[in-house]
Design a protein around this ligand. Structure first.
Ligand code: SF4
Length: 463
């Protein structure tokens, strides 16, 4: 018989300081297991997984461009600064060679439903090099006419020649790093880009027919206040984009050394950061955006909103996605791919990556071979991260497990139920807070590896 649902009091920002969970550390679950648990993985293992792909399967591709003209002090990406194009050109040659090497291992042209250029700043690539990369991709893969071709752009670096090249190459979705439009915040994070530059870059992209535009915002930045955030949100309304990702700033100077440039006294505390998220979420929904997962917002008609409504929303290494499956090949330094057998990551350092490729070796160094119950635990975590609701018994049955397989984990929900964040009806879990980031520690209950190593600072803080 099902347990009776526990009573729940929806939380508002007034009592967030009572929620100790905001100070907890938990993975963001862009994969399960999360990248912290990856171990050594050989190029031979990755090659064996590639060989198992069949022509009836479609795949996504991710290309990482780890270069920027300038380092923003808040940056959490794998990138490095270059003021010369030579290292970029050498890296592009390596990418072209890696595409050829993977194609040789595959032995056929798999169907591709998505290509994404991420970074760093892919906008650093010259139109000529973008053209060479697309030519190689079309040679190695059967890119479908309806494929999503997307790129992350720095608003400060978009030119007419680049916008024209993106359109000509078939790019149909762009994402711009906006972060915050307040001059004091921009100064505090070492990324000065007046709102006029952002508006002009959007106009330029739109003039070339690139209309599917998303932006990234970041909350919890130094010098950011509720008032400055509201001014940024007013600018966001004027930008009128189709999709917004609003990330929490993760201050991890022990991983990202340049973050030591951030004045920690200027960082908002946990309660203020949570309040910022609520302000942002409320404002964006009032502007007509639908809240997607814990940090995305999209217009009606956007692929993410449709995926949410049709039950096909998923989580992958790039965040929330409406792409149809998990098959993803990563190219470039630090890129991550996923295939039926597991997860494979390329070597992170760009010069080492180039050396591997020059030596004719696939640059896979880390990853994860899927173990017995990874897929079913991953499915529970994904349901929680995407829908804030998981029918654990049903998910277990769908994966061929006994309904009570995760009952021990379900018992660990009690503190969250006491805090009014979660209700449980039998094996159905429902999350009730507007503080969506709190889903991370709830999902963590089903993570079999999270307690393997309890060193502090292993994961970023929830807020
Ligand atoms: S935030 Fe973007 S532009 Fe700034 S250093 Fe990081 S990757 Fe480069």
């Amino acid at each position: 018989m099902a347990d009776a649902p526990h009573s729940v009091t929806p939380r508002s920002w007034q009592d967030i300081d009572k929620l100790v969970f905001l100070g907890a550390e938990a993975p963001r679950y862009t994969s399960y297991p999360s990248a912290h648990h990856f171990g050594n993985l050989s190029p031979e293992t990755y090659a064996a997984w590639l060989k198992r792909l069949t022509p009836d399967q479609s795949i996504g591709l991710y290309l990482h461009v780890p270069f920027c003209e300038q380092m923003c002090s808040f940056c959490g990406c794998n990138t490095r600064v270059t003021l010369r194009y030579d290292p970029v050109a050498t890296y592009v040659d390596a990418l072209l060679k890696e595409i050829g090497m993977v194609s040789d291992v595959l032995g056929f042209r798999p169907r591709v439903h998505a290509i994404h250029f991420g970074g760093g700043s892919p906008s650093i690539l010259s139109p000529l090099d973008m053209g060479r990369l697309f030519e190689a991709l079309h040679t190695a893969f059967a890119v479908t006419p309806e494929a999503e071709l997307s790129i992350e752009l720095d608003p400060r670096r978009i030119t007419s020649a680049k916008a024209a090249a993106y359109k000509a190459l078939g790019i149909n979705r762009v994402s711009l790093g906006v972060q915050d439009t307040d001059p004091d915040v921009q100064l505090a994070i070492g990324r000065v880009q007046p709102v006029e530059i952002i508006k002009n870059s959007l106009s330029l992209l739109r003039s070339y027919g690139l209309d599917d535009i998303g932006i990234d915002l970041v909350y919890g930045l130094p010098a950011q206040t509720l008032e400055s955030l509201k001014r940024t949100l007013a600018h966001v309304r004027e930008l009128s984009v189709s999709r917004i990702a609003a990330f929490s700033y993760a201050h991890v100077p022990w991983v990202k050394k340049h973050q030591t440039l951030i004045d920690t006294d200027a960082l908002p505390d946990t309660a203020l950061k949570a309040q910022m998220f609520l302000t942002l979420s409320e404002a964006l929904q009032a502007q007509g955006y639908v809240a997607i997962g814990m940090d995305h917002f999209a217009r009606l008609g956007d692929g993410l909103t449709t995926a949410l409504m049709t039950g096909t929303l998923r989580r992958n290494f790039m965040g929330y996605t409406d792409l149809p499956n998990d098959n993803l090949l990563g190219f470039g330094a630090s890129s991550i791919g996923e295939l039926e057998g597991g997860i494979a990551q390329n070597i992170a350092q760009s010069t080492s990556y180039v050396t591997h490729i020059t030596d004719g070796e696939l640059p896979t160094t880390r990853g994860w071979v899927y173990r017995k119950d990874d897929k079913v635990r991953g499915a529970v975590i994904s349901a929680l991260m995407c829908y804030f609701r998981a029918d654990v018994g049903q998910i277990l049955k769908n994966h061929g497990y006994a309904e009570d397989y995760l009952d021990a984990e379900l018992r660990h929900l009690v503190p969250f139920m006491r805090a009014g964040l979660v209700t449980r009806t039998g094996r159905l879990i429902e999350f009730h807070s507007e503080l969506k980031m709190l889903i991370r520690p709830v999902a963590g209950i089903f993570d079999a590896y999270i307690h393997d190593d309890e060193r502090p600072n292993r994961y970023s803080k929830v807020a």
